[in-house]
Design a protein around this ligand. Structure first.
Ligand SMILES: Cc1cc2nc3c(=O)[nH]c(=O)nc-3n(C[C@H](O)[C@H](O)[C@H](O)COP(=O)(O)OP(=O)(O)OC[C@H]3O[C@@H](n4cnc5c(N)ncnc54)[C@H](O)[C@@H]3O)c2cc1C
Length: 640
């Protein structure tokens, strides 16, 4: 019997062999090659094909897999029997052949630095390589970070590492943002958890492949504690306005504190980390206030409302609703779901599964396996899915797809719906989206959605909602669907970046008037006329197909560090992009989005703003964003 409680030193051969049967070879071999400084562990004939995006083993056949795992077994036995110390912090030269193995065909020299940063084996290469004390020992530089979610904590950590004076202002009473506010049942991450974490604070022991909200919240709380960030944060304090003083180029923040006390805070730079999905969106339905029972939004879950035995109405079937509807159905006497647009469901059998014992053992005991696993997930997702979201202008196939690959995905997803709902023709009739995959956010599913819809006490309504009545929801056919409780799963005001904050820049220009509901930024981060105002998770930095927002925030924070390094090193006060650079950037973004399913489809989605423009999404690969945020080009900026 394998014993997965044993550590590597005491594990028997059977335990090692059984664990290896569950390994993903494209992560296993480079991890061991790095640990033993032995490039022969990544032979060319066992190279995965990263384009085979659906296969976690990159298309290796059973014979190749068996050979690879035998190699891995021998290597692990060497580590165990010879009592070798695994190497840490491999050099670029050591990593080059390993990257060549994982990322067959990629320009390895170009990305070896990215690999080192993402692996973060034994060193945190994204830490700022400069400090205020070194570059300008007599200067003080104060930065205010607005928000202590994933992005704000990261910015605070990095900028303090550079020796800046950092203050964080957070309207909530704790850190975590999204993972603090969304406490609805079923809330969990839908990106592989190993990849949804900071590169410098990787965890090998995530309990689930896609961990629930409480685990994510604990992770961010742990970061705040371990890095001593709480001392920088003013909790329970909302920033209501930020305004530039033209002569001094200083920013003044208006704060509204816990007791309602107003206060002004003056700083040299502002980092907005207020999130894209932080302000709940209540639908514009007449009569909302007339409902006599309890009603709440998913991000403001009212845990005092007892759902057991109640008739519950849920409005919306987006990403949050799809997570909380199954557990609510378990409790409610009757559940009526109001669906405007069906979602595409992405089959994910392990979506609710705990990490198995053998995999947990690999993550824990094989040196670097968790890091390489994370990198392998990243690499497979980098370009892989983007191709399937790409518009072929000559596409003459099904109008509900935008190109050949997109059609392949569509057919696969329709098949999945057939498998799940084929025995319920009335449900199937309302389940197949008439828009292309990738035009709205996918919803991961392990079969729970169909099981929920098929319950006798669950009713799916697709008629248009006309009004909310005191006792329920009235649809266009005149039916009042009676309910005791209404839950709004209607998403967030994703297009209303930085609202409801007032933001005033150079010459008294109001940012929201400038944007007119159509937010744009240079590199998603900076704005002409708003020197030293930096946005995290800003316009066009959301990723649809291929990644985690954490990766993006790390790139953005690095870029901000580069701007500030330049200012400090040159004695300048502030920087803003030129209008030309900003406009050229946005023209490129718009052209990129026009080539993606989400940019051309007219289906209602939070990916587009009121003008119809995609102001949320990043249209290119993850690698491109890393590249453009590597360095700051003063030639594209006005330096003050
Ligand atoms: C339910 C849900 C599930 C998600 N799942 C995923 C996922 O699986 N993978 C993924 O990559 N992304 C996911 N996201 C996106 C998620 O928002 C980001 O991954 C990430 O949490 C964003 O972090 P953030 O710090 O930028 O923003 P947030 O987490 O939204 O934090 C913003 C913070 O700013 C504070 N704040 C806002 N305005 C002010 C103000 N004026 N004054 C003071 N404080 C202010 C807020 O209180 C909050 O703490 C999900 C989002 C939601 C809502």
């Amino acid at each position: 019997m394998p014993d997965f409680t044993a550590d590597l030193a005491s594990a028997d051969d059977e335990t090692i062999r059984e664990a290896l049967r569950h390994s993903e070879v494209p992560a296993l071999l480079p991890a061991l090659a790095a640990a033993l400084r032995d490039p022969s562990l990544v032979p060319e004939h066992l190279q995965p094909n990263p384009a085979d995006i659906l296969d976690p083993n990159g298309g290796l056949d059973p014979v190749a897999l068996a050979e690879a795992r035998q190699l891995g077994f021998a290597a692990l036995c060497r580590l165990r029997d010879e009592g070798l110390e695994a190497a840490v912090a491999p050099t670029a030269d050591e990593l080059r052949p390993l990257l060549g193995y994982v990322a067959a065909g990629a320009p390895v020299d170009h990305y070896v630095e990215l690999l080192r940063e993402e692996l973060a084996l034994g060193e945190d290469l994204r830490a700022p390589s400069w400090s205020l004390a070194d570059l300008a020992p007599d200067r003080t530089f104060r930065v205010a970070v607005i928000g202590a979610g994933m992005s704000g904590l990261l910015a605070a950590h990095r900028l303090r590492q550079a020796g800046l004076d950092v203050v964080v202002v957070e309207k909530n009473d704790d850190v975590g943002g999204t993972w603090f506010e969304n406490t609805y049942p079923g809330c969990r991450v839908d990106v592989a958890n190993l990849f949804y974490s900071y590169s410098f604070a990787q965890r090998a022991d995530w309990p689930d492949h896609f961990s629930p909200q409480g685990v994510l919240l604990d992770y961010f709380r742990g970061i705040a504690d371990d890095l001593g960030l709480r001392a920088l944060i003013r909790f329970g304090t909302e920033v209501t306005a930020v305004e530039l003083e033209d002569t001094t180029m200083a920013w003044t923040l208006q704060l509204s504190g816990p007791d309602g006390r107003e206060e002004a805070l003056v700083v040299d730079a502002v980092v907005s980390a207020v999130g894209q999905l932080n302000r709940p969106n209540l639908p514009d339905i007449p009569g909302l206030e007339r409902f006599t029972g309890p009603a709440f939004h998913s991000a403001r879950w009212d845990h005092d409302v007892e759902l057991a035995g109640k008739r519950v109405a849920v409005i919306g079937t987006g990403a949050s609703a799809a997570q909380f509807i199954p557990p609510v159905a378990e409790q409610a006497a009757e559940l009526t779901i109001f669906q405007r647009t069906p979602a595409w469901f992405l089959p994910t059998p392990d979506y609710h599964d705990a990490v198995s014992e053998p995999v947990a053992w690999l993550m824990r005991e094989v040196p670097g396996y968790a890091n390489w696993f994370r990198f392998w997930v990243f690499w497979r997702n980098v370009e892989g899915f983007l191709g399937a979201a790409t518009v072929d202008p000559d596409w003459a196939g099904d109008p509900a797809s935008v190109g050949e690959l997109n059609e392949l995905v569509r057919v696969m997803l329709v098949d999945y719906l057939e498998t799940e709902l084929g025995d319920a023709p009335d449900l199937m009739a309302t389940a197949v989206p008439d828009y292309p995959p990738f035009a709205k956010r996918f919803i991961r599913d392990n079969g729970i959605w169909a099981r929920t819809l098929k319950r006798d006490d669950v009713h799916l309504v697709t008629d248009r909602i006309e009004a909310i009545e005191p006792d329920g929801v009235r649809t266009a056919d005149g039916t009042v669907h009676e309910a005791d409780v209404i839950i709004y799963g209607t998403g967030f005001k994703a297009s209303d970046f930085l609202t409801p904050m007032k933001v005033v820049g150079r010459g008294g220009v109001d940012l929201h008037e400038r944007w007119g509901g159509d937010a744009r930024a240079h590199v998603g981060i900076t704005l002409p006329g708003f020197p030293n105002l930096f946005l995290l998770y800003g316009p066009n930095t959301n990723i649809v197909a291929n990644g985690s927002i954490t990766y993006f925030s790390e790139c953005e924070v690095h870029y901000i560090g580069e701007v500030l390094r330049y200012l400090v090193a040159t004695g300048a006060r502030s920087a803003e992009p030129t209008t030309e650079a900003h406009d050229a950037w946005n023209a490129r973004i718009d052209a990129g989005n026009a080539e993606r399913a989400w940019g051309v489809s007219t289906v209602n989605s939070w990916y587009r703003n009121a003008t119809g423009r995609t102001a949320q999404n990043w249209p290119f690969s993850l690698l491109e964003y890393w590249e453009v945020t590597r360095s700051f080009d003063p030639a594209d900026h006005l330096i003050h």
